[in-house]
Ligand binder design. Structure first.
Ligand code: PHE
Length: 444
């Protein structure tokens, strides 16, 4: 048995978990989903999903990982030998692949925008520029490749050095920059309409489908339901307080998503960009704002670099799920495993990228391959994984879990744990089922 690498200290774990959670999901995906699903009402449902499903399931994943000291697949084999629970781990590995294929495409767009900011080649017609970049060239593929190579390099270096270092300094910087951009955005003429769109829930926009999307987004943004945080939990030392780590991670993740939206919607309103513009929303809204700011290109460069790094730290956590499986279960060398995984992801990623532009025929079930990958992974697989994780911890593991095991050396919070077990046993799985039923079977 090899000894497992572990995160150094409390801040290291939170930085790593937040590094996985905070990424394109917060800055790119949340605002565009929110824009397509009615604004304020989506924000409200999303926060509810974070509280009643996201938080308890995150804690559940940490508990499983730390208890089993292993990757998601083996964790279930160790804790429940001879039972099929390890299929959750298998589903997680498939999901990680699927997410990476479209995630790396968007990671690539971010890199393109770093170059555009540095070379000051963002046009005064950001919408047309974005559409022609995505729709008429092979360029996105190069950037996607570059993004994957960067993630690969970091994963090859191993968990502690790679993941922890990059997040410690850069996530706080991203936070500060977002605050500065919020101030700029809300003071633009015409911004208030965008702010109202985000903050005033319009209950008539509430549909089964939008609740389904909000639930998927809650899982996606917190990196839940696919064993990613089970693997991370295995790197957390026994004396650390998992409840505290969970609160800090979910709190900072939600805050970043809200800040990103407070930047994007007022700016979109000021520049007459429809909030339901879809996946390009971030890339067509912000360039307009940067052009109107003194030192705009410097802000733009810093912003896209920080978003790129946030995307990298999340992509790394996705790669890590698959790589640790290949290394620990298939006994491949780490370098080889990482390279193999990246090549497979890139091949799927090419299909995703091309389906948005050059080869629009790449469609299945009426959706582009890009949308299909996004939908199946985030809206279906992650909540399905989360459902079984909550059943597993709430009904199978519960009788063995002690308070000390959850809180380590932290102060005991009996109420917190009682609420946790209530949510994880009943509320989280029942809500996931209810949302599936209302979103999938009633929307058509
Ligand atoms: N949470 C990441 C983000 O918001 C994406 C992710 C999903 C990472 C699932 C790992 C697992 O960008």
């Amino acid at each position: 048995m090899t000894t497992r690498d572990s995160f150094s200290g409390r801040f290291g774990i939170i930085a790593a978990a937040a590094g996985s959670a905070i990424g394109l999901g917060n800055i790119w995906r949340f605002p565009y989903m929110c824009g397509q699903n009615g604004g304020g009402i989506f924000l409200l449902v999303y926060i509810a999903c974070i509280l009643i499903m996201g938080r308890p399931i995150m804690l559940a994943e940490f508990i499983i990982g730390r208890r089993a000291q292993s990757n998601a697949y083996r964790a279930f084999k160790i804790l429940s030998p001879g039972k099929p629970w390890h299929l959750i781990g298998v589903l997680g590995i498939v999901t990680a692949f699927v997410i990476l294929s479209f995630y790396s495409a968007v990671g690539g767009w971010t890199i393109e925008y770093i170059f555009r900011s540095v070379t000051a080649t963002i046009s005064s017609q950001p919408k047309e520029q974005f559409e022609s970049f995505i729709g008429t060239s092979y360029q996105p593929l190069w950037y996607q490749f570059f993004f994957l190579c960067l993630s690969l390099g970091i994963v090859m270096m191993g968990v502690k050095k790679g993941i922890e270092k990059s997040t410690r300094i850069l996530m706080p910087l991203l936070f500060i920059l977002l605050i500065v951009l919020c101030i700029r955005s809300v003071t633009l003429p015409g911004a208030s309409e965008g702010l109202m769109f985000l903050l005033k829930p319009d209950f008539s926009k509430l549909t089964g489908n939008s609740v389904l999307q909000a639930m998927g987004q809650a899982f996606f943004t917190l990196s839940l339901g696919m064993g990613c945080l089970i693997t991370y939990g295995s790197y957390i030392k026994r004396n650390e307080d998992l409840a505290f780590t969970t609160s800090m991670t979910t709190g900072s993740d939600t805050l970043i998503a809200i800040l990103a939206s407070v930047v994007i919607f007022p700016a979109a309103a000021a520049f007459h960009i429809e909030p339901d513009s879809g996946p390009g929303l971030l890339f067509i809204t912000l360039p307009g704002m940067f052009q109107q700011m003194p030192g705009g290109m410097i802000f733009s460069t810093c912003f896209f670099i920080l978003v790129g790094i946030a995307a990298l730290t999340s992509a790394i956590s996705l790669l890590e799920v698959v790589v640790s499986f290949c290394v620990e279960e298939m006994h491949l060398r780490r370098g080889l495993a990482t390279a193999l995984v990246a090549v497979c992801v890139f091949m799927m990623g090419i299909l995703c990228s091309l389906s948005l532009g050059l080869v629009p025929e790449l469609k299945l079930f009426g959706m582009s391959i890009f949308d299909l990958m996004d939908f199946t992974s985030s809206t279906l697989f992650l909540p399905i994984g989360g459902f079984f994780i909550s059943i597993y911890v709430g009904w199978i593991l519960k009788k063995h879990i002690t308070v000390r095991e959850v809180i380590g050396n932290g102060a005991p919070k009996p109420i917190y744990l009682r609420i946790f077990f209530f949510l994880i046993r009943y509320i989280a799985p029942a809500s996931i089922l209810a949302v599936f039923i209302s979103g999938l079977f009633r929307s058509s």
